[in-house]
Design a protein around this ligand. Structure first.
Ligand SMILES: Nc1ncnc2c1ncn2[C@@H]1O[C@H](COP(=O)(O)OP(=O)(O)O)[C@@H](O)[C@H]1O
Ligand code: SF4
Ligand SMILES: [Mg+2]
Length: 324
């Protein structure tokens, strides 16, 4: 397995107490596989990713339990030097906002070239040539000229392509893309997502694709992990999950996505808001919002039940949910 997150716990110390941002998350991604991590804002998707990348704000963040295995090695037990090497060449991250992730005072060509100079010992000239190649690879028009431009001179979609190029530069085994298209217009979103999926296949990378938009993942992901209040509540192959969700929260998310085959039907949005992580409801954290909730849901926390070999649901009534 390329990446395995096992029972990860992350807390943030706040004035009002410990906020359990990640509360026993486990997921795995293999080479050539795309895992979509889905959930509303605040569910712990980014914090999990930051723990994997080793870029979590500590303090106030603290990893209080679990393991993160990358190619079998536990990242949480590794020396910082080794960790940094993996962060450079083994895994890379793509963020939502390229403008704040890229250096505003360096041309994009210099930023790309820097990767090859620092990590591959390339000469300036070789590095510059590689930078242009990469920009062509992510389909930046007139790459040979635009290599001298600064990040703010590109459109949002083009900047996102440049960030993808940066992430790809050292051909990492794993890419974590955290809402890579959320800031873009819908048409540009689809193009950038297609490009990312194409490169992922070509390089046989593992891809963790974080999103709050279920519409984005249908065509590109192999598996989906749905997060709610710091936990994974459903984990399944994409096709199974689309056919029939095994958790009411997933059902709510699916019913909030406009679908061609359900034209004319009113969009259903999940009522209410996700809980504060300082005061997660007892029992099933989703119970105050769940249309299927019963007494047991308010007292007994559901474990991640096995639905089938590779599928799990943290709902006491997953069978009923599955049957629709
Ligand atoms: N640097 C931080 N300091 C304090 N709390 C944080 C910090 N980063 C994240 N959190 C808290 O952790 C929770 C999960 O955040 P995050 O993983 O960013 O959610 P999302 O699923 O939207 O990516 C949020 O409730 C947020 O308030
Ligand atoms: S355990 Fe109960 S409250 Fe939680 S999702 Fe299932 S039915 Fe809803
Ligand atoms: Mg996030």
């Amino acid at each position: 397995m390329l990446l395995e997150v096992r029972d990860l716990h992350v807390e943030f110390r706040t004035r009002e107490g410990a906020a359990h941002a990640v509360n026993g998350v486990s997921y795995a991604v293999d080479a050539g596989e795309t895992l979509a991590v889905l959930g509303e804002s605040g569910s712990g998707k980014s914090v999990t990713a930051q723990a994997v990348m080793g870029i979590l704000d500590m303090p106030p963040g603290r990893i209080t339990g679990g393991r993160i295995l990358f190619q079998g090695q536990d990242l949480l037990r590794m020396r910082e030097r080794e960790r940094r090497r993996i962060r450079g060449a083994g895994m890379a991250m793509i963020f939502q906002d390229a403008l704040s992730a890229l250096n505003p005072v360096l041309s994009v060509g210099d930023q790309l070239a820097e990767m090859f100079v620092v990590h591959r010992g390339a000469s300036r000239k070789q590095a510059r040539a590689r930078a242009v190649e990469l920009m062509e690879r992510v389909r930046i028009p007139a790459a040979a000229q635009r290599v001298r431009d600064y990040p703010h001179q590109f459109s949002g979609g083009m900047r996102q392509r440049i960030m993808i190029a940066m992430a790809l530069a050292l051909e990492p085994a794993l890419i974590i893309a955290d809402e890579p298209t959320t800031a873009l217009d819908v048409t540009v979103q689809a193009q950038v997502m297609e490009l990312l999926a194409e490169l992922q296949r070509e390089y046989r990378m593992g891809l963790v694709l974080i999103t709050h938009d279920l519409g984005v993942v249908a065509d590109v992901a192999d598996r989906i992990a749905v997060m709610y209040a710091g936990k994974i509540v459903e984990s399944a192959p994409v096709r199974d999950l689309y056919k029939a969700p095994a958790h009411p929260y997933t059902r709510g998310l699916l019913d909030s996505v406009p679908r061609l085959d359900r034209k004319g039907q009113e969009l259903y949005a999940i009522k209410g808001l996700p809980p504060s992580l300082l005061r997660v409801p007892p029992g099933c954290a989703f119970h105050p919002r769940c249309p299927m909730a019963r007494d047991v849901c308010r007292t007994d926390e559901p474990p991640l039940y096995t639905v089938s070999g590779s599928r799990g649901s943290a709902c006491h009534f997953w069978r009923e949910c599955l049957d629709g």
